[in-house]
Design a protein around this ligand. Structure first.
Ligand code: FES
Length: 108
């Protein structure tokens, strides 16, 4: 069972600019929209670009390499909504942004 982990202070995050963090051996992209924070898998499933470096418009981030688009709220691939990347719960506690990331289960 995982616990929330801090990735920075609220003021460390600029509106519309993603930041990538390693949490529980996964790369997580964190975005700020006003007072809300969102976290999704940072690794684009196409060819592995960092989605934190993508362009954010409303709740959609476009991959910086080939512009695949993902919803930062739930990870939905906007061009094929049947497919999702992982999204993660985010909370703010005492001015600290915290994410809850379960480690990947080992494949058997
Ligand atoms: S690596 Fe993200 S769209 Fe190609």
């Amino acid at each position: 069972m995982s616990e929330y982990q801090a990735v920075g202070k609220v003021e460390d995050f600029d509106e519309g600019v993603g930041r990538a963090f390693a949490v529980n051996e996964r790369m997580v992209a964190v975005f700020r929209r006003g007072d809300q924070f969102f976290a999704i898998d940072d690794i684009c499933p196409h060819m592995g670009a960092s989605l934190a470096e993508g362009h954010l418009e409303a709740e959609t981030v476009s991959c910086p390499w080939h512009a695949w688009r993902f919803c930062i709220r739930d990870g939905t691939w906007e061009d094929n909504p049947r497919i999702k990347i992982d999204s993660f719960p985010v909370r703010v506690e005492n001015g600290e942004v915290q994410v809850l990331v379960e480690p990947r289960q080992p494949k058997v």
